[in-house]
Design a protein around this ligand. Structure first.
Ligand code: IMP
Ligand code: MG
Length: 176
């Protein structure tokens, strides 16, 4: 079996959409500042590009989470592997994700951050697979809705590979 990556969303489309998200976020937080929280590793490229398009004062922090279970399916238990460096009390937190699938990660983090006393918590994701949702979650900023396909590139991996691709692609397996 050979792997090929089929382009789903081009580099140009990703770039244009991030500019739009930056505009919207800048309007919504006008007169305020925003604290971007990157969910590593998948969201790192997206968050850096998004930050360049936001025109209100901002700060950044980084977190690593994992959701694991006994089998191949996620158990829905989200664990913080690397916590934020700094307290978020009183800040306008914007959680930045690469992709929302079941919704458990963002749902859990939103609750945790509210308990830490931030002024506001909103969520931003580059991609959303709404068909896969198992928890009730409204994401505030969504780059693109996509069908239920496994995607890579622009920070997202398959077995730690393909994060460096400048576009978003679907992994396909072919007989060689
Ligand atoms: P959720 O908690 O089920 O919403 O899981 C979201 C996380 O699953 C994302 O942050 C990704 O790390 C991972 N994920 C879900 N779908 C994909 C995909 O198609 N490609 C790469 N990672 C994915
Ligand atoms: Mg992720």
């Amino acid at each position: 079996m050979a792997e090929v990556i089929r382009e789903l969303i081009s580099e140009e489309k990703v770039d244009a959409r991030i500019r739009e998200l930056g505009e919207q976020i800048s309007k919504d937080y006008a007169g305020e500042s925003v604290h971007l929280v990157c969910i590593l590793k998948g969201a790192c490229i997206f968050m850096c590009d998004l930050a360049k398009r936001i025109r209100v004062p901002l700060s950044m922090d980084f977190m690593t989470v994992s959701s694991y279970g006994s089998g191949t399916q996620s158990s829905g238990i989200v664990r913080i592997k690397k916590d934020l460096d700094d307290p978020i009390k009183g800040l306008n937190v914007l959680i930045v994700e690469d992709i929302v699938d079941s919704g458990r990660t963002l749902h859990y983090l939103t609750e945790v951050f509210k308990e830490r006393g931030c002024k506001s918590v909103r969520t931003c994701t580059l991609l959303d697979k709404p068909e896969r949702r198992v928890v009730d979650l409204d994401v505030d900023y969504v780059g693109f809705m996509i069908p239920n396909q496994f995607v890579v590139g622009y920070g997202m991996d398959y077995d730690q590979r393909y994060r460096d691709l400048p576009f978003i692609g679907v992994v396909e397996f072919t007989e060689e």
